[in-house]
Design a protein around this ligand. Structure first.
Ligand code: NAP
Length: 316
C-alpha cells in the first residue's frame, strides 16, 4: 500500500472538477472568499473542452468555442483567488468531519465538498472497440477527426452528440455514416435536420456495430454490422469509428457514501443537496435530464451559494 501523507490544513471548501459546473462554483466560492481548492482530474475542462462551437450559451450571440468558454471561466475563477491542483481523487471519507479526500499520496481535509466531477464518454464495450481506441476508435471528434482527412468514417449514436460529431467530421471525411440502433432519433430537430441535409452524411438505422475490424493490424479497417430488424450481417469499410452514445457520470467513488440512482448519477434534493450535509453535487454528475453547459453553470452557482450558507450556519 502506498504511504499516505496527511495534510493537516482544513479547507473551507474543495471543488472536484473543472468543467462548467466546477468552474462556476469556483467563481462564486472564490468571490465569497472561501479560497476554494479546485481539483482537476484527467479530463480538465470537462466536456466543453472537447466540443466545438457552443451556440446556446447566453451572452455569445455568434457562439463561442467550448475550450475558450472554459478558459474564460478558469481565468475568472483564478482572478478571485481559486487555487487549481491537478490530481486524481482516488477515494473520499465523508463519514467524519472534516471530510478526507485521498489525492495521489496526499490526504486533504475540508469542511465542505462540491462535487462537479461530470460525466465521461460511454463506450459500446466490444473487445475489438477497446483494443482499437487510439487506432481509429475515438470518442472525441474534435480531438481526432483531423487524422482521418480524406477517409470514410462512421459515427454511432442517435442523439445530439452523434449529430454534432458527424457534422464536425464532414470537415475531414469524404463520407460519414451515422449508425443508430433504432428507427427514431433522440437528437433535437435542428441538429438532426442539419445532419440529414448534409450531402456527406448517410444514415443506417436499426443497426448495431458488432465488431470493429482491424485489431491485428492495429488500425480500423471496417465494421461488422447487424441489421436489428432483418438480422442481416454486413461489412462497412471505414477508417475510423467515433462514439456519440452519451456519457457515464463520474460518481463511482461516492458509492456507499452518497445516494446514487440506477445509472450511477448522484441523487440530489433541492437541486444540489446530497444526503450528507455540507456535500453538494452539481452539473452532469447529478443531472441526467438537462445536461447543458448553462444548467451545469447554474447548479455550480447554487452549490457554491449553499456551501457559503452551510459554513456560515456552522460558525465559519
Ligand atoms: P443521448 O441524448 O443520451 O443520446 C445517446 C444516443 O446513443 C441515443 O441515441 C442512444 O440510443 C445511443 N446509445 C446509447 N447507448 C448505446 C449503445 N450501447 N449502443 C448503441 N447506441 C447507444 O446523449 P448525447 O447525444 O450525448 O446528448 C446528451 C445531452 O447533451 C442531450 O441533452 C443533448 O441535447 C445535449 N447535447 C447538446 C448538443 C448541442 O446542442 N450542440 C451537443 C451534444 C449534446 P437510443 O436512442 O436507442 O437510446
Amino acid at each position: 500500500m502506498t504511504e499516505q501523507i496527511s495534510n493537516h490544513e482544513v479547507r473551507d471548501t474543495i471543488i472536484v472538477g473543472t468543467g462548467c459546473a466546477g468552474l462556476t462554483a469556483a467563481i462564486y466560492a472564490a468571490r465569497s472568499n472561501l479560497k476554494p481548492l479546485v481539483l482537476e482530474g484527467h479530463e480538465p475542462g470537462g466536456q466543453l473542452s472537447i466540443t466545438t462551437l457552443v451556440e446556446n450559451f447566453p451572452g455569445w450571440p455568434e457562439g463561442i468555442q467550448g475550450p475558450q468558454l472554459i478558459e474564460n471561466m478558469r481565468v475568472q475563477a483564478s482572478r478571485f483567488g481559486a487555487n487549481f491542483r491537478m490530481g486524481h481523487l482516488s477515494s473520499v471519507d465523508l463519514s467524519k468531519r472534516p471530510f478526507a479526500l485521498h489525492v495521489g499520496k496526499e490526504v486533504l481535509h475540508t469542511r465542505t465538498l462540491i462535487i462537479a466531477s461530470g460525466a465521461s464518454a460511454r463506450w459500446l464495450g466490444l473487445p475489438s472497440e477497446q483494443a482499437l481506441i487510439g487506432h481509429g476508435v475515438s470518442s472525441c471528434a474534435t480531438c481526432d477527426g483531423f487524422f482521418f482527412s480524406g477517409k470514410e468514417i462512421a459515427v454511432v449514436g442517435g442523439g445530439d452528440s452523434a449529430m454534432e460529431e458527424a457534422l464536425f467530421l464532414t470537415r475531414f471525411a469524404t463520407k460519414v455514416t451515422v449508425i443508430h440502433r433504432r428507427e427514431h432519433f433522440r437528437a433535437s430537430r435542428i441538429m438532426l435536420e442539419r445532419a440529414m441535409a448534409h450531402e456527406k452524411i448517410h444514415f443506417l438505422t436499426n443497426t448495431a456495430v458488432e465488431e470493429v475490424l482491424g485489431v491485428e493490424e492495429k488500425e480500423v479497417s471496417g465494421l461488422r454490422l447487424r441489421n436489428l430488424v432483418t438480422l442481416e450481417e454486413s461489412i462497412l469499410m471505414v477508417s475510423a469509428l467515433f462514439l456519440g452514445i452519451g456519457h457515464e457520470p463520474n460518481a463511482k467513488m461516492f458509492a456507499g457514501q452518497l445516494d446514487l440512482d440506477d445509472d450511477g448519477y448522484i441523487r440530489t434534493h433541492q437541486n444540489v443537496f446530497t444526503r450528507v450535509p455540507g456535500v453538494f453535487a452539481c452539473g452532469d454528475v447529478q443531472d441526467r435530464r438537462y445536461r447543458q453547459a448553462i444548467t451545469a453553470a447554474g447548479t455550480g452557482c447554487m452549490a457554491a451559494l449553499e456551501t457559503e450558507k452551510f459554513l456560515e450556519e456552522h460558525g465559519r
